[in-house]
Design a protein around this ligand. Structure first.
Ligand code: CTP
Ligand code: CA
Length: 231
């Protein structure tokens, strides 16, 4: 198995990674967002470069992180922007890994002026939300290339494995990295612990360790599927 500077098993492959968390604007100064740091996606990008891949990194609000050397970084803001950038890059990709936390909903309307509270003490108007497109499900259902490998991440707080299995089936992807969040786990930390579920019924536990180690495990599983498809 290739690790770091060993045989570049992803040489000649184009991989697309989404990282970070989308923000859905309410008005010019406010947004709905999430706590994703982007660190896992960046670790995926660094390890993929090290393994010889051409890497497109679609990055949503990852300003605190340094661009991985050798990766093509495409900055995006909202889920709609992320979808457009990922689908464009996926057109000639061998694998797509969706590590970004994509907002499930966005405000139904965007106020072009800052929303003001009223002086009469009245409560705020409710914020109406609409669904965002599910990029992972779309990528999985419409593979841009035969044999393209599609992977997602799922952060779960309860019934981690059962929820992960159900989510893998619902999304239709090849691999789903499931990790437990809450109580300080995963978000913003440098370490991760996960189980990678495969559409083939496999479950690969990844012990607690650096996000690079989980990233390399993901690439091992992706590379095995790419090699199987090539034969
Ligand atoms: N995802 C996506 N588009 C969305 C939401 C999620 O592509 N609109 C991707 C994420 O990038 C991740 C995977 O789907 O790889 C799982 O995200 P998650 O939020 O766990 O899944 P959901 O289907 O949104 O389920 P939940 O209701 O638990 O949030
Ligand atoms: Ca979600």
């Amino acid at each position: 198995l290739a690790r770091g500077t060993a045989a570049p098993d992803l040489a000649g492959r184009h991989v697309v990674i989404s990282a970070g968390g989308t923000r859905e604007p309410l008005d010019p100064v406010r947004f709905l967002g999430n706590r994703s740091s982007g660190k896992q996606g960046y670790a995926l990008a660094r390890t993929a470069v090290a393994r010889g891949a051409r890497v497109t990194l679609v990055a949503a609000h990852t300003d605190a992180l340094a661009d991985p050397a050798g990766a093509d970084v495409v900055p995006v803001g909202t889920a709609e922007e992320l979808r457009a950038a990922v689908l464009k890059a996926a057109a000639d990709a061998d694998a797509v890994v969706m590590a970004a936390a994509v907002a499930d909903f966005r405000p139904a309307a965007y106020a072009t002026s800052k929303i003001k509270k009223s002086d009469d003490g009245a409560g705020p108007a409710p914020v109406e939300l609409v669904r965002n497109p599910d990029v992972l499900a779309e990528l999985s259902a419409h593979r841009a290339r035969p044999g393209q490998v599609v992977a997602g991440f799922a952060a779960e707080t309860d019934d981690v494995l059962a929820n992960g299995r159900a989510k893998l089936a619902r999304k239709g992807c090849d691999l789903l990295v499931v990790n437990e969040v809450g109580g300080g786990k995963a978000f913003g930390t440098d370490d991760n612990e996960a189980v990678v579920l495969g559409a083939d019924g496999s479950a690969t536990p990844v012990p607690h360790g650096p996000k690079e180690a989980l990233a390399d495990q993901v690439w091992d599983l992706v590379a095995a599927r790419l090699d199987a498809g090539a034969r």
